[in-house]
Each structure stands twice: as structure tokens, then as C-alpha cells.
Ligand binder design. Structure first.
Ligand code: CMX
Length: 144
């Protein structure tokens, strides 16, 4: 049910500084900055070959990314996989005994529907399932 790596989430201190840093590495296809209020983050997608990096800046210390940074510092936060139907994928993983981190799918970046799965049930990796809206590119790259 996981189709491909939709993006890799990286917690950063400052989005603008991080964008410049990645541009310096040759990753110049940078999408618009978007605030995802439901998740307490500002995010930006940067295309990297056939997938994207999602830079995440917490909008408050009590948000998931704010708490992550306080406990573990900046760096890799999650791996996101594209799915066709997030509710169905979530139910399938739950039926295997894995914990979903919300009761139902939530709103994510660019009109997506997302669900996070507990890192302890996914080999130590916080895992996001992403269903993109109809009409959005079905294969990466899609930062622009
Ligand atoms: N990757 C891997 N392991 C992680 C982790 C991460 N990102 N975040 C926490 N953990 C581990 C912790 O190290 C801890 O392990 P130990 O018990 O061995 O110490 C365990 O998971 C529980 O962590 P915690 O700090 O006690 O719990 P929190 O209250 O901080 O919650 C989590 C952690 C993952 C349940 C919570 O952050 C969550 O629900 N995340 C989903 C939503 C989210 O992350 N949104 C931000 C991104 C939004 C976006 O991409 O748009």
C-alpha cells in the first residue's frame, strides 16, 4: 500500500536559513512556504531527484516538532510515503497492531490528507501516510 517515498521531513530552526543552505548544495527547486496550522508547523518542499525534502519549522514549543527539537535537536524527523487512500492504508496498518497517531486522517501540506504512525511500531521511524488531492502530480517531483 506504500507506493513511494513522498518526502523526507527534516526539523529545522529557521526555514529561510535552511532553504539557503540546501540551495548551496544545489537543491534549488523550492516550493512555497506554507503554514500547516493543524500540525503546528511552517513547511517548505524542496525537490531532490525523484522525491522531496520537507523542511519543518515549529510554530510553537508545544507542537510535535517543537517538542521533538527540544528532546532530540534538529535533523531528520519523519519519512512520508504516498498512498492512494490514507484511511484504508491507516486501517490496514492498524489491523497489524501498529498505532496511528490520530483517530482519523488530518489535513497536511498542499491539501493532502495525512496520518502519522507511531515510530515504535515502524522500526523506530516516525512514518507519515500521504494522500494527495485529485489533480496533483501523482509522481514526484512536485515541489513546483
Ligand atoms: N522519530 C523517531 N522516534 C521518535 C520521534 C521521531 N520523530 N519522535 C519521538 N520519537 C520517539 C521518542 O524518542 C520516544 O522514544 P523513547 O520512549 O525510547 O524515549 C518515543 O518516540 C515517544 O516519544 P515522546 O517524546 O515521549 O512523545 P511525544 O509526546 O513527543 O510524541 C509523537 C511523539 C511521534 C507521538 C508525536 O510527535 C506525534 O504524534 N507526531 C505526529 C504528528 C507530527 O509529528 N506532526 C509534525 C509534522 C507535520 C507535517 O509534516 O506536516
Amino acid at each position: 500500500m506504500l507506493k513511494f517515498v513522498d518526502h523526507i521531513g527534516i526539523a529545522v530552526e529557521d526555514l529561510d536559513a535552511a532553504i539557503e543552505s540546501y540551495k548551496g548544495c544545489g537543491l534549488t527547486n523550492v516550493g512555497p512556504i506554507e503554514e500547516v496550522k493543524e500540525q503546528g508547523v511552517k513547511v517548505v518542499m524542496i525537490q531532490c531527484g525523484e522525491t522531496c525534502l520537507e523542511l519543518l519549522q515549529a510554530t510553537g514549543p508545544d507542537s510535535p516538532v517543537g517538542k521533538f527539537i527540544e528532546k532530540r535537536g534538529y535533523g531528520m524527523h519523519h519519512v512520508a510515503y504516498r498512498v492512494d487512500d490514507v484511511a484504508a492504508a491507516m486501517d490496514a496498518l492498524k489491523s497489524q497492531g501498529r498505532r496511528a497517531l490520530s483517530e482519523a486522517p488530518r489535513h497536511g501540506h498542499a491539501g493532502s490528507l495525512v496520518c502519522f504512525m507511531h515510530p515504535k511500531d515502524m522500526g523506530g521511524v516516525l512514518t507519515e501516510l500521504v494522500e494527495r488531492p485529485a489533480g496533483s502530480p501523482q509522481e514526484p517531483p512536485y515541489a513546483h
